[in-house]
Every structure is written in structure tokens, then in C-alpha cells.
Ligand binder design. Structure first.
Ligand code: ARG
Length: 459
């Protein structure tokens, strides 16, 4: 294929060799090839329908593009840095293959509306894949929630034992976080589904094009309203990076909990060997590398969001070459989000709960202190006074190195004379969780209902 630059008509001197490599994007934007071809086929189809190309020219273009795509897929396409980007590589190869008709494909089009279209088509597909990957992880969490609906562990605030909760309830909290992520991705896909083609370089084109038709052919909701905005808008990329960052922030929190829970000190869960690695020096080690790496990757994706925002900041309308820098952060964000979701979903079914250790931890740290206060309130004590009474009982227990449930009825009555033998029902872990029996509460019955609602939603 000839490396002759497609835009070199006015140039007398060749491009500086370093500048050529410096400005080229083909090494990374070649991943857009299927979308570039898809966009070109729709564009050529529209041009022929409008009488701008003949039907024979259209057919030659489409057949040529399909041959090129087959070559690319087979890894036999010769990408050239001198031809700068995916768009000009494909166009040059087309002309080499079919001759003059190839040179007509770019009629009424610019790389500016072309690249904006390609990236949207690509991201639209990736968003669908990411949406499915989120759902897959949600299903894994539902299965685990179902398996461990009654398993009691301490819930924390400030990483200090707060109140007993069930493991199922905790998994359903993660489920909800991911559900909002799924919604954000769907929202991003909906807003990006607008077609730039027809904007050409920035002002539109003089040919009698039918943008509605091209939009329909490519499955876009509608053509973009304004040609300047169409070629320069990268909001959709920033929006995706923001949604991806929030998702990764969630995965980092979930990872952090898995890491803490699997430590020897907590020993709440055991991660499968397949998702851990050893140490080259300390033979006893089993490290939670997978959640750690996901936690680390969140930083990388946040960085891409910053890169994209900064890339767009203060850019005058319309297209600027700066925009070429949108691709690597976007591609990397997509790859890492997909990878993190996949490995998380693979890892969760193999998590085992060490119910005894969780229970032990929940029995320490006065997790049922609030239940005792609520008990006193039910017996007519104002909440603030009840809080004070329980605080004193806890201080007593700390001194005696025991738990509230270990105190005798007489000892408890020493703190408040409204206390009766029924107090022990609310001091047990089961009693405590079962009592939080309302929508969104940790009672196993409520967790079961939440799982059922979630399954229905995902069905
Ligand atoms: N490779 C370019 C990009 O990614 C394609 C658009 C180039 N347009 C231009 N006028 N130089 O943004």
C-alpha cells in the first residue's frame, strides 16, 4: 500500500520523521477499525441513495471495506504510521484495492465527524458489555446473599463494632451500589447515542446528504443538532470515565472489605487459592492480590477521568488535535473496568464464610448495646436516659471483661429496675437482627424479600 499522505496536496516538504510518529495514532486507534468500516458503509450507502455516488461505486466501496475488515481480523493488514490513523489507513487501502471509487468515500465527510462517530459506536458496544458484566457480578452477590442470609457478623461504623448484621444484608448493600453503576452506564449509553456524521470538518457539508438515514443505518437515536458541537463534544467520554470511576470506587471498597475480612485478625472469610498468590520469601503467606489489584486499578481509572477533563478544559470550538488524546485513557478505562468486573464476579462464588469467627466477633464489642437501649425505651425510659444506662452497663462490662449478655438479671437490674428476664431475647445476636424487620433492614426475612425483589428486577 502506498504511504502517500492523503492530505499532502498543499505540502512541499515531507513530514519530519519524528513528527510523523509523534502525531500518529494508528498504533492505538486501530482498535476502532470495525466501527470505522461500519460508519463508512453507512456513509457510502447514504451517498448512493442521495445520488452522490453511483450504486456501482457504493457496491465496490462496501465490498472493498469488507475485504479490508477481513484482512484486519486475520491480522494480515499492514498498518502504516505514515498514514497516521485508522481512518486514513483504511481509506488508502480501499483506494489501492478498488481505485477511483475509493477516493470518493470521503465525499461530504471529514475525519473529525468520522472519529467522533467511531468512538461513539465503539463505546456504545463496550457499554453494553460492561452493563452485562455488572449484572453478572450482581448475580454472584445475590447467590452469596442467598447462601448466607442468616450468617451473623458485626456491622461496623468507624471500623468499630456497631450492630450485628447478616452477611446476606452486607452483600445486598454491594448489590445496590452496583445497581446504580448499571444505571449510570445505561444513562451514558443513552446520551451518547447521537450521530456526528454530516458535521464534516465543523460546519456541515455542501452535498445533499441525508443525516437521518445515516443515523438510522448506524442505530443512532438522531443526528447531532449542531455541527460544531458534533465534532468537538467529548462529554460522553468524560461521562463514561466518571461512571467508570464511581464503579471502580465501589469495587475498591468491596475489595478493601474482602482484604480486611480475609486477614488472620478478622478471619471472616476465606478467598479461594485460585484468586490469591504466595510470597517469594514468606512461606506462610496467602495474599489477596486480586482484590488488592482491583483496589489499585481504581486509582488508574480516576486518573483517566482527570486526563479527559483536563484534555477538554478550555478547548475552543471545534475539533482540535488534542482530542486524539481521548483514546488511550478511554480504552484503558474500558479494559480495566471489564477486567475488574470479570475477575470480581469469578471470585465471589468461591468466597467461603467462616461463620464462627464472624459470630465470635459480633458477640464482642457490645454489638447489642443499642438493642438494650431500645428495650428500655419500650419499657417507658426516654431514649437519652436509656443511652446513659446502657453506656454505664458497657463501662461495667469493659471493667469486668465480659459482654452484656454475660451479665445476670440482678446485675442488669442494678442499672435499671425496668429490666426483666425478657431482656435476654434482645441481647442475643439472632434477636437483634430479627428485630430490624422492615424494608431495608437486616432481618433475615427482609434480606430474603430484598433478594427476591432484586432477582425479579434482573430477570
Ligand atoms: N486521529 C484523529 C483523532 O483521533 C482523527 C481526527 C483527525 N482530524 C484532524 N483534523 N487532524 O482525533
Amino acid at each position: 500500500m502506498s504511504d502517500k499522505k492523503l492530505w499532502a496536496g498543499r505540502f512541499a516538504e515531507p513530514t519530519d520523521a519524528f513528527v510523523e510518529a509523534f502525531t500518529a495514532s494508528v498504533e492505538f486507534d486501530q482498535r476502532l477499525a470495525p466501527y470505522d468500516v461500519q460508519g463508512s458503509i453507512a456513509h457510502a450507502t447514504m451517498l448512493a441513495k442521495q445520488g452522490i455516488l453511483s450504486d456501482a461505486e457504493r457496491d465496490a466501496i462496501i465490498a472493498g471495506l469488507e475485504r479490508i475488515m477481513a484482512q484486519i481480523e486475520a491480522g494480515q493488514f499492514d498498518w502504516s504510521i505514515a498514514l497516521e490513523d485508522v481512518h486514513m489507513n483504511i481509506e488508502a487501502a480501499l483506494t489501492e484495492d478498488i481505485g477511483i471509487a475509493g477516493k470518493k468515500l470521503h465525499t461530504g465527510r471529514s475525519r473529525n465527524d468520522q472519529v467522533a462517530t467511531d468512538v461513539r459506536l465503539w463505546l456504545r458496544d463496550e457499554l453494553a458489555t460492561i452493563g452485562d458484566a455488572i449484572r453478572r457480578l450482581q448475580h454472584a452477590l445475590l447467590d452469596l446473599a442467598e447462601r448466607e442470609t442468616d450468617t451473623i457478623l458485626p456491622g461496623f461504623t468507624h471500623l468499630q463494632t456497631a450492630q450485628p448484621i447478616t452477611f446476606g444484608h452486607h452483600m445486598m448493600a454491594w448489590f445496590e451500589m452496583l445497581d446504580r453503576d448499571h444505571e449510570r452506564m445505561a444513562d451514558c449509553a443513552r446520551r451518547l447515542n447521537v450521530m456526528p456524521l454530516g458535521a464534516a470538518a465543523l460546519a456541515g457539508t455542501t452535498y445533499p446528504i441525508d443525516r437521518q438515514l445515516t443515523a438510522e443505518l448506524l442505530g443512532f437515536e438522531r443526528p447531532a443538532e449542531n455541527s460544531l458541537d458534533a465534532v468537538s463534544d467529548r462529554d460522553f467520554a468524560i461521562e463514561f470515565a466518571a461512571a467508570a470511576s464511581i464503579l471502580m470506587m465501589h469495587l475498591s471498597r468491596m475489595s478493601e472489605e474482602l482484604i480486611i475480612w480475609s486477614s488472620a485478625q478478622f478471619h471472616f472469610i476465606t478467598l479461594s487459592d485460585s484468586f490469591c498468590t504466595g510470597s517469594s520469601i514468606m512461606p506462610q503467606k496467602k495474599n489477596p492480590d486480586v482484590p488488592e489489584l482491583i483496589r489499585g486499578k481504581s486509582g488508574r481509572v480516576f486518573g483517566h477521568l482527570m486526563a479527559l477533563l483536563t484534555l477538554m478544559k478550555s478547548q475552543p470550538l471545534a475539533y482540535n488535535k488534542d482530542n486524539q488524546e481521548d483514546k488511550e485513557p478511554l480504552f484503558d478505562a474500558v479494559d480495566n473496568v471489564k477486567g475488574s468486573l470479570k475477575v470480581f464476579a469469578d471470585m465471589m462464588p468461591a468466597v467461603t464464610c467462616n461463620a464462627d469467627a464472624m459470630r465470635d466477633a459480633a458477640s464482642k464489642g457490645f454489638a447489642t448495646a443499642t438493642d438494650l437501649a431500645d428495650y428500655l425505651v419500650r419499657k417507658g425510659v426516654p431514649f437519652r436516659d436509656a443511652h446513659e444506662v446502657v453506656g454505664k452497663s458497657v463501662a461495667y462490662c469493659v471493667d469486668k471483661r465480659c459482654d452484656l449478655a454475660d451479665l445476670s438479671l440482678e446485675q442488669l437490674q442494678g442499672f435499671s429496675d425496668v429490666i426483666d428476664s425478657d431482656v435476654f431475647d434482645c441481647l442475643t445476636l439472632e434477636g437483634s437482627v430479627a428485630a430490624r424487620d422492615h424494608i431495608g433492614g437486616t432481618a433475615p426475612a427482609q434480606v430474603k424479600a430484598a433478594i427476591a425483589r432484586a432477582r425479579k428486577k434482573l430477570a
